[in-house]
Design a protein around this ligand. Structure first.
Ligand code: SAH
Length: 248
């Protein structure tokens, strides 16, 4: 039912949670499961807890890192009990489900879950465009991972289907994370060459990355940004050459 919405589990420790997640997904019509470095997979306990959802589990794609798992996605929502990445917009489950449903009509989207013990690390949240948290008891709101998957998949199943026009779909055509990263690498090279970046300002680059992921430029805007950096790069080279010539 939702071929463009993927559920990604990062470094899940208990194999039983992999099976329970597959089951939670299938009951709500989701089938695309991605496992980033699962600790034990395949595993009989995973198969056992999948019950009737072994098909989802068996088709799961295993990736080495989160970057690989989300590179073709435009919307990437990280699920976190605590708001750790304050620079990202935070959704409640319904808002997250509506955004996933709407954007999945234009391309691939992902919902990412962290490790049982330590959740998602900050360098992983950096690959997310938004985060979602499920509100609960303020003294104890950390759910079992498969139960968190169940609640969010239930919201996706029940989110009102939108039928955007072709024009809206084209406007919503957002670049993949890989394309945004390509731009960021280009920008980093240009900034390093200009002297703006040095070891100490790597932090500035990270903050810029978060900014671009949050801003989510569309394909056209990304094109403008890329040609802007190329032009500045060329002028920078020209200026640099002139300086060199003046010193000859
Ligand atoms: N000790 C970890 C908890 C991890 S629970 C931490 O402090 O982050 C495993 C995963 O389940 C989390 O990374 C998150 O993706 C999901 N999860 C658990 N409770 C959640 C909640 N209330 N809201 C959103 N996601 C939740």
């Amino acid at each position: 039912m939702f071929p463009n919405i993927r559920i990604i589990l990062v470094e899940t420790y208990h194999p039983g949670n992999l099976g329970s997640t597959a089951r939670a997904m299938k009951t709500m019509g989701l089938t695309q499961l991605y496992l980033v470095n699962p600790v034990s997979f395949p595993h009989p306990e995973a198969t056992q807890l999948a019950a009737g959802a072994e098909d989802v589990l068996n088709q799961a794609r295993v990736c080495d890192n989160l970057q690989q798992a989300v590179k073709d996605c435009s919307l990437v929502i990280g699920a976190s009990a605590r708001l750790r990445h304050l620079a990202l917009t935070n959704f409640n489950p319904r808002q997250a489900a509506e955004a996933l449903q709407a954007e999945s009509q234009a391309g691939e989207v992902a919902l990412v879950f962290g490790r049982e013990r330590s959740g998602l690390h900050n360098d992983e949240l950096a690959f997310c465009t938004h985060q979602v948290s499920i509100d609960g008891n303020p003294d104890y709101s950390i759910l079992n991972i498969a139960q968190a998957v169940q609640i969010l998949c239930y919201e996706i199943f029940n989110a009102k289907p939108t039928t955007p026009s072709k024009k809206v779909l084209a406007a919503e055509q957002l670049p993949s994370l890989e394309a945004i990263q390509g731009f960021e690498d280009h920008l980093a090279k240009a900034l390093a060459a200009s002297g703006f970046l040095n070891g100490a300002s790597d932090r500035a680059l990270k903050e810029l990355q978060t900014f671009f992921r949050r801003a989510r430029p569309n394909q056209h805007e990304l094109g403008i940004l890329r040609s802007l950096v190329s032009r500045l790069e060329k002028q920078g080279n020209f200026y640099y050459q002139q300086q060199k010539d003046n010193h000859k």
